[in-house]
Design a protein around this ligand. Structure first.
Ligand SMILES: Cc1cc2nc3c(=O)[nH]c(=O)nc-3n(C[C@H](O)[C@H](O)[C@H](O)COP(=O)(O)OP(=O)(O)OC[C@H]3O[C@@H](n4cnc5c(N)ncnc54)[C@H](O)[C@@H]3O)c2cc1C
Length: 418
């Protein structure tokens, strides 16, 4: 045997699984098809800018992050807890009144936050507030929009802010995602201050990989996986690897390549990264657009941020890095550069003619589709020695991937126990 455990895929789930099994004294080998660890959490360095492969944030309030990640070592640069709302010619900053007292009065007295809407929003959140559990299942589930309607949450706060914000976070503009999943995310947003590591999001998986005794075998795709009487065999282009048990942590779009599970549905988005020379003063917040009559963005961009205002290490001194995210479930999800540039000019009320595109990341399988009822499926045995893990077995998030990987690690440790 080459190892007790072979983990296929060095995303967050695979890495956490490997660390858990290693901690129990097992020899572990991790295979990764790409040239670096991280899976969906990767960072490109472009001309001194850090462009994550799809804008995302790390929320230190995730229990899995608190438990298993050395957060101080990541030197998180904090985003604001709130949003800037662009509506026609008006810009309003709505922010957590305690964390951002400077914006408290404007937030509480905004036309976007009438008391009736705030009360309805709290009513919608009640199931998540009453249950302290981080489990993804609450008593009953329904689609996001049906749950908003049922809670009477139908005013401007929903239409102009929350619908658009959550569509960007869930990569779902249809409102058909699980209400319980959305509640869980909102609870984490309220509990923590999301941020970006000093050297980019990839610092998170790199920190995890650094604690493995055997380095991850990069550029090594598993081509085939078969079970034998006493273990598993994994074919790679450089030979066959044998182990006592395999964990397949390859992401939703690849799970059917190596197991008999069907491919889970996913949702996609794209992120444009721009070098913006002019000093933009949007604050360390995400901006959402509520210009379309009835709510929602008037152009292809569902959220944008001057990332370097919150995370200065993402841009060289004196320069700005701007992200703009479009959704692939929209007809304009693959809008061209000219349209995105025009939309940014409208949103930031400035010329974007000189802004330079640094990168455009198209991520068709960014997140598993989280339709109701949200179920915490847990790692799954697909043979007597093959276990499947990943965010698609829990929730589509850093929390979900880490948790699934850890559970898979504990499951194989139990399996290998004498
Ligand atoms: C653009 C974007 C924004 C996001 N925003 C957030 C956010 O703000 N907050 C949040 O909590 N979550 C966010 N997420 C979700 C989060 O990043 C994912 O849920 C998590 O990273 C998934 O980890 P995973 O290990 O399950 O899968 P992956 O990261 O997909 O890892 C699978 C790995 O397996 C490898 N692999 C595949 N096939 C093989 C093979 N045959 N052999 C070897 N290796 C193979 C892949 O190369 C990959 O490295 C976002 C995701 C994206 C893409």
């Amino acid at each position: 045997m080459d190892a007790d455990v072979i983990v296929i895929g060095a995303g967050l789930a695979g890495l956490q699984c490997a660390r858990r099994a290693q901690r129990s004294g097992h020899s572990v080998m991790v295979l990764e098809a790409e040239d670096a660890v991280g899976g969906r959490v990767r960072t490109d360095r472009v001309d001194g800018f850090l462009c994550d492969r799809g804008f995302q944030l790390l929320n230190p309030a995730y229990p899995a992050v608190r438990q298993w990640i050395d957060v101080p070592a990541l030197e998180l640069q904090k985003f604001g807890v709130g949003v800037v709302v662009r509506s026609g010619q008006t810009t309003t900053t709505l922010a957590h009144p305690i964390r951002h007292p400077r914006h408290a009065l404007a937030t509480l007295h905004s036309e976007l936050t009438p008391v009736s809407d705030v009360v309805a929003f709290v009513r919608w959140m009640v199931p998540a507030l009453l249950r302290r559990s981080t489990a993804s299942t609450f008593a009953r589930d329904e689609t996001l929009y049906a749950s908003f309607d049922a809670a009477g949450f139908t005013g401007r706060l929903r239409r102009d802010v929350i619908d658009t914000f959550l569509a960007g976070v869930l990569a779902d503009s249809s409102g058909e995602s699980s209400a319980n999943y959305a509640r869980q995310l909102m609870r984490f947003f309220a509990a923590g201050v999301p941020g970006l590591p000093h050297t980019g999001m990839q610092a998170l998986p790199e920190q995890m990989a650094a604690s493995l005794v055997k380095p991850v075998r990069l550029g090594t795709a598993a081509r085939d996986l078969t079970e034998t009487a006493d273990g598993v065999q994994v074919m790679t282009d450089s030979g066959t690897i044998r182990a006592r048990v395999a964990v397949v942590a390859v992401g939703p779009q690849n799970v059917a390549d190596l197991t008999d599970l069907s491919t889970p549905a996913t949702r996609g988005l794209t992120t444009w990264w721009f070098r913006a020379p002019a000093l933009l003063q949007a604050g360390p917040f995400l901006m959402v657009d509520a210009t379309r009559p009835g709510g929602g963005p008037a152009g292809p961009i569902w959220h944008t941020a001057v990332v370097s205002e919150a995370a200065p290490s993402y841009a060289p001194t004196g320069e700005n890095l701007v992200e703009a995210t479009t959704l692939l479930d929209r007809p304009d999800g693959l809008a061209g550069q000219a349209d995105v540039r025009r939309d940014l000019a409208r949103l930031y009320q400035t010329s974007t003619r000189d802004w330079e595109v640094l990168a455009h990341h198209v991520v068709p399988h960014a997140l598993p589709a989280q339709r109701p009822p949200l179920e915490d499926l847990g790692p799954k045995w697909t043979g007597s020695r093959t276990l499947v893990a990943g965010d698609h077995r829990g929730t589509g998030s850093i929390q979900g991937a880490l948790n699934s990987g850890d559970r898979a690690g504990r499951t194989v440790v139990d399996f290998l126990a004498p």
